[in-house]
Design a protein around this ligand. Structure first.
Ligand code: NAD
Ligand code: LMR
Length: 329
């Protein structure tokens, strides 16, 4: 039996992330190879010509799952009755900037789009904010869409999660699929805390903790953390543009696992409204280890937090509260 069609909105659809993202969504990698979709693509008026070209390419790719494409710069048309909302549209940072430097430019976008979610979207819509600073922009959108449940809002830290897995895999000479249960705590910024202390790897069929397998605490507490924290800046320095194809892959992974579930025994990182877990008070969008089942996100509980981790988790929480203050002002 054919599944009911899902409406997916992607904002910033003529930008560089979306140029990698839209094909992945349209081919079924995000919501399943049996899931028909209607694509809503939102852009600012000056980018509508470029978006026309993107639409021509969607047509030319002949994706069987795509039932219709709505390309628009009108919020009502874009946000009406959507099931999934991927908010990419925002200015990216340039070399030498921190992501929070974008707040002044980008915050108003997320206020307006939060209001549009409130006015036009289904209350069950799942929202993923990608535009930076992603956690605080997500908080802004959520604030302006008070009738949509808080648990429907998330920001992207899956790219950091994937980066952490890849660094460990590279260090150990194993495949990324052998690295499990790393965690990104906090903000998608250079204060984020990539934590492998609860993770494990499978080497020759044997399960080993990452700490034991790597056997180099100085690296795990030093270069590993700073490499993941600063990877976005390193890509910008090399490309003179911020990461795009890896961001698109992370978006697909995030929404895929949210809607279709995480594998048994496996967790991923998602920035979601804090609920007091791990001593992080309510009021910010904080990245936690989570599992997903039937569209519901659950924070993994009971992980032991040592003093080293506690300190790093508090630093990134403090930054999020400062960003929130800045946004409110
Ligand atoms: P880009 O400049 O190539 O594309 C952004 C697009 O958004 C542009 O086409 C622009 O016209 C459009 N846009 C601007 N305002 C809009 C609005 N109000 N409504 C709809 N569209 C709008 O940028 P990009 O490289 O695609 O990056 C987009 C954002 O994603 C940036 O803020 C970047 O920093 C962020 N990002 C986040 C992550 C993450 O992991 N969270 C990773 C990579 C990039
Ligand atoms: C990334 O992590 O690559 C993105 O957030 C882009 C950036 O500004 O670092």
């Amino acid at each position: 039996m054919t599944k009911p069609t899902m409406k997916v909105l992607v904002t910033g659809a003529a930008g560089q992330i979306c140029y990698s993202l839209i094909g992945m969504i349209a081919s079924g990698q995000m919501l399943g190879f049996d899931q028909p979709i209607i694509l809503h693509l939102l852009e600012v008026p000056v980018a509508m010509d470029a978006l026309k070209g993107v639409c021509m390419e969607i047509t030319d790719s002949a994706y069987p799952l795509v039932k219709k494409v709505v390309a628009t710069s009108d919020y009502q048309e874009a946000f009406t009755d959507i099931d999934v909302c991927i908010m990419v549209g925002a200015m990216p940072r340039k070399d030498g900037m921190e992501r929070k430097d974008l707040l002044e430019k980008n915050a108003s976008i997320f206020k307006g789009q939060g209001e549009a979610l409130e006015k036009y979207s289904k209350k069950s819509v799942k929202v993923l904010v990608v535009g930076n600073p992603a956690n605080t922009n997500c908080l802004i959108a959520k604030t302006y869409a008070p009738s949509i449940p808080a648990e429907n809002f998330s920001a992207l830290t899956r790219l950091d999660h994937n980066r952490a897995k890849a660094q460990v895999a590279d260090r150990l000479g194993v495949n990324v699929s052998d690295v499990h249960n790393v965690t990104i705590w906090g903000n998608h910024s250079s204060t984020q805390y990539p934590d492998v202390s609860h993770g494990y790897v499978t080497i020759n069929g044997e399960k080993k903790s990452i700490t034991e397998a790597v056997n180099d605490d100085a690296w795990l507490k030093g270069d590993f953390i700073s490499t993941v924290q600063k990877r976005g800046a390193a890509v910008i320095a090399a490309r003179k543009l911020s990461s795009a194809t890896s961001a698109a892959k992370a978006i697909v992974d995030h929404v895929h696992d949210w809607v279709l579930g995480t594998p048994e025994g496996e967790w991923v990182s998602m920035a979601i409204p804090s609920d007091g877990s791990y001593g992080i008070p309510e009021g910010v969008i904080y990245s936690f280890p989570v599992t997903c089942k039937d569209g519901v996100v659950t924070i993994v509980q009971g992980l032991k937090i040592d003093d080293f981790s506690r300190n790093k988790m508090e630093v990134t929480d403090k930054e999020l509260r400062e960003e929130k203050q800045l946004a409110l002002n």
